[in-house]
Every structure is written in structure tokens, then in C-alpha cells.
Ligand binder design. Structure first.
Ligand code: ADP
Ligand code: MG
Length: 225
């Protein structure tokens, strides 16, 4: 479903060059729950951002369902991101002035879903992630774990083909992190989305059905478990 071929990415900052990805190739099947692991600086975020069309590679190719996403024009990439991808970040990235409900509904509004359906789907997904009764709270009135649940609801309400999560448990205590992972595993099975996590948390790696280890921008190992 996702085919990543020979990605290279070098960052240039002043007169120093950092080779963030050095020929990364990977085939990912629909519905996989896959962890991209590796120490800080190994290229995890860079890889996720390139798959998510947030950043571009210097060379290589990514095809999703047979279509090259790197060849798409800017507008088409934005539409692809909106319609096929969900993102979850370490720091939740919710809109602080919007309620939990509004944060989730916003992503459906962007897709042109009508108000009645938006309301129904947003309320249903917030219930599914365990936030029934908290729909009208703003992020500042929610715990870290609850905010991450809103972020997950916002990502999954679109029924994305691919959910990309960058260190989603890094700001959470280990019990809350475990609950978040259990929730994600449930959603992965129920919604049949492909989940790709970047992490250096061993607990996240334990949850993954497949573990890809990056080191200095290269894949060091790739095992299904
Ligand atoms: N915008 C940037 N400019 C310069 N160097 C960067 C930039 N983003 C990442 N890097 C460097 O690229 C390497 C890989 O970074 P990153 O993909 O963020 O790794 P990870 O997510 O595994 O910590 C690191 O050495 C990092 O310092
Ligand atoms: Mg990172």
C-alpha cells in the first residue's frame, strides 16, 4: 500500500550538512501497526514528515496505492493530506480556543462534510476515545492524556487511510501512555487504518506489530512480531 523507495534527505544549516536519511526503503501493508524506532536524531521525524507530505525528500519516491505522492503539485498534496492522512503529535497541537468537539469537527469541516454529519461523527468519535461529557471543554481544561485523546479523535474521525504519530506518548506518564496505545491499537483494528509511529519509547515498540529501527538515517533492522 505504501512503498518508500530510496529516500535521501540532507539538511543544510549554514555551512554544516546533516544527512538525515541515507537511502531508506520500506514496504508497508494496509492496516499495519508499525513503529519507526531509533535514538534522537536518527531521522524518524524526517521520515514521517516526508511520508505525510509535510516535508520533501531530495531524492527517492513514495507511492501510496500506486500513486506517487512526491510528484503531486502543492494543491494536490494538500488535498491528499486532508483526505487520506491523520496526524498525531507529541505536543497534541490542539487549537486552544476551540472546544474538544470543535477541534474534532474542524477537520471534517475542512473536508466539506455537512453540519449534521459533522456533529454526529464528532460526538461518536469523542465517545469512542473516552471523552463523553467533555466535548465542550477547551484543551486547557483537559489533562495531557485527555488532550491526546482529542488529537487522536481529530485524526481518526476522517477515517484516514494512514495515521502518522510522532512520539505520541512522549509527554505522558507511562500509565497514560499505555492507555493511549491501547486506544490506538483498538482504533487500528476497528478502522483498518495503517498506523505509523515514530518513537524511542520501548513501551510503544512493544505494542507495534512491526518494528523498524533507524540509525543515522538508515534502516538497521525490520522485524514483524
Ligand atoms: N530543519 C532542520 N534543519 C537542520 N537539521 C535538521 C532539521 N530537522 C532535522 N535535522 C537534523 O536531521 C537529523 C534527523 O532529525 P529528525 O528526523 O528530527 O530525527 P528524530 O526524529 O529521529 O529525532 C538530526 O541530526 C537533526 O538534527
Ligand atoms: Mg523526532
Amino acid at each position: 500500500m505504501i512503498s518508500v523507495k530510496d529516500l535521501f534527505k540532507t539538511y543544510v544549516a549554514g555551512d554544516t550538512e546533516v544527512k538525515a536519511l541515507r537511502g531508506v526503503s520500506l514496504e508497508i501493508e494496509r492496516g499495519e501497526f508499525i513503529s519507526i524506532a531509533g535514538p534522537s536524531g536518527s531521522g524518524k521525524t524526517t521520515m514521517l514528515n516526508i511520508i505525510g507530505c509535510i516535508d520533501s525528500a531530495d531524492s527517492g519516491d513514495i507511492t501510496i496505492n500506486g500513486e506517487s505522492v512526491m510528484d503531486l503539485k502543492r494543491d494536490a498534496q494538500a488535498a491528499f493530506r486532508r483526505d487520506y492522512l491523520g496526524f498525531v503529535f507529541q505536543s497534541y497541537n490542539l487549537i486552544p480556543v476551540l472546544t474538544a468537539f470543535e477541534n474534532v469537527a474542524f477537520s471534517l469541516n475542512l473536508m466539506g462534510v455537512d453540519d449534521a454529519e459533522t456533529k454526529e461523527r464528532s460526538m461518536a468519535i469523542l465517545k469512542e476515545v473516552g471523552l463523553e461529557g467533555m466535548e465542550n471543554r477547551r484543551p486547557g481544561k483537559l489533562s495531557g492524556g485527555q488532550q491526546q485523546r482529542v488529537a487522536i479523535a481529530r485524526a481518526i474521525v476522517k477515517n484516514p487511510e494512514i495515521l502518522l504519530a510522532d512520539e505520541p506518548t512522549a509527554n505522558l506518564d507511562s500509565n497514560t501512555g499505555k492507555e493511549i496505545l491501547e486506544l490506538m491499537k483498538e482504533l487500528n483494528e476497528k478502522h483498518q487504518s495503517t498506523f505509523i509511529f515514530a518513537t524511542h519509547d520501548p513501551m510503544v515498540m512493544d505494542f507495534a506489530g512491526r518494528l523498524v529501527q533507524l540509525h543515522d538515517g538508515e534502516i538497521q533492522s525490520d522485524e514483524r512480531r
